[in-house]
Design a binder for this molecule. Structure first.
Ligand SMILES: [Fe+2]
Length: 220
């Protein structure tokens, strides 16, 4: 491809742009758990997954990372959340053209970003990798910690209900709640993460069950 930067410099510039755009457009949500700081951290983790999947799947690593860095850039700028893929793609297109990236490069990024939301069956390897990378970050260690932050840990009855419904949700994910995973590596990694989540949340249910007065042992 015709480019004016070395890969490393391009990625640094895209990263700066993505970060600044999110922070600026999300400035009214700075204190939210799911505010721009979270969204940017999610973006970085998706970029990491995209890098890992791109290497495993022999895809274009740079394109996959750039698409990941821009995929949610309009998160706080889209009035309709369902349109944040299309809106992020428009923002990505303007930025990348201004940065004098080749038309083909821009087209591939725009397609991947646009198709990460909604009912798209992604047609390109970059789009497949972006969708898989985005799904994988829903089930990582960080999301497990965020579950705890959002849950009321001092109310075991509520916690039990939340954990039970999360475990049901995990079963729906296993049955394809987010549609199929598009890459072999993504599918394998998702299985690992779902199993991790199940182990932890089933363990939490077990501990909630054990949080009882010792006299209860003799009634079992
Ligand atoms: Fe995302």
């Amino acid at each position: 491809m015709v480019g004016f930067w070395l890969t490393r410099e391009r990625i640094a510039r895209v990263s700066r742009f993505g970060h600044d755009y999110l922070m600026e457009s999300g400035r009214d949500h700075l204190d939210d758990v799911w505010g721009p700081a979270y969204r940017w951290e999610h973006t970085l983790r998706v970029a990491h997954w995209a890098w890992l999947l791109a290497r495993e799947e022999k895809a274009d690593v740079e394109k996959c990372i750039v698409a990941a860095l821009l995929h949610d850039v309009s998160h706080f700028a889209s009035e309709d959340y369902r349109k944040h893929g299309v809106r992020s793609a428009e923002i990505a297109k303007d930025f990348l053209l201004e940065e004098r990236c080749s038309a083909g490069f821009v087209e591939d990024i725009v397609y991947a970003v646009k198709s990460h939301v909604g009912e798209f069956d992604p047609k390109t390897v970059e789009a497949k990798i972006l969708q898989d990378a985005d799904t994988l970050d829903r089930f990582g260690y960080f999301r497990i910690l965020l579950f705890g932050e959002k849950a009321n840990l001092s109310n075991l009855k509520d916690l039990k209900e939340n954990v039970e419904s999360f475990l049901e949700y995990l079963s729906r994910v296993e049955k394809g709640r987010f549609g199929p995973m598009w890459t072999k590596t993504g599918e394998r990694k998702l299985k690992e993460l779902i199993n991790l989540n199940k182990t932890i949340f089933k363990g939490v249910l077990g501990e909630i069950g054990n949080t009882e007065v010792p006299e209860a042992y003799f009634e079992r």
